[in-house]
Write a protein that binds this ligand. Structure first.
Ligand SMILES: [Zn+2]
Length: 126
């Protein structure tokens, strides 16, 4: 018997032991964890030169509040415009430099939107 077939048989056993509902919940939970990990891997620390390049491109303006930014560490952050983009996540066209405070406001809003869209609770999206 192949390894995959062995695994399928064991999963079938677990499914009948725990019931359909619990089995589905567990599979879904593993799947979600994979997605989250993949996104986390994609997030990287950008060199300061990246901040400077974005600052120049945006002429020092924060796209979230349209106000001027001061290019200082801790004051500005690199934001992913589309946090769920599967490819080109760290490409320049998916990045923007924002005030740290504006970015924090945006991420709490997008977590709320993600939860609403996926029919999940906010806790599940964190
Ligand atoms: Zn701002």
């Amino acid at each position: 018997m192949s390894r995959i077939q062995t695994l399928i048989n064991r999963l079938e056993d677990l499914k009948s032991e725990f019931g359909d509902w619990a089995f589905k919940q567990a599979v879904q939970s593993i799947r979600n964890r994979r997605l989250d990990n993949r996104h986390r891997e994609h997030r990287k620390r950008f060199p300061w030169s990246k901040y400077q390049a974005l600052y120049r491109r945006q002429q020092g303006i924060c796209p979230l509040c349209r106000e001027a930014m001061v290019l200082l560490r801790g004051q500005v952050e690199i934001d992913h415009k589309d946090p769920n983009r599967p490819e080109g996540f760290n490409d320049a066209d998916n990045l923007q430099l924002t005030h740290r405070a504006c970015n924090r406001r945006k991420s709490s809003r997008s977590i709320y939107e993600q939860a609403k869209k996926g029919g999940k609770s906010i806790i599940q999206c964190l």
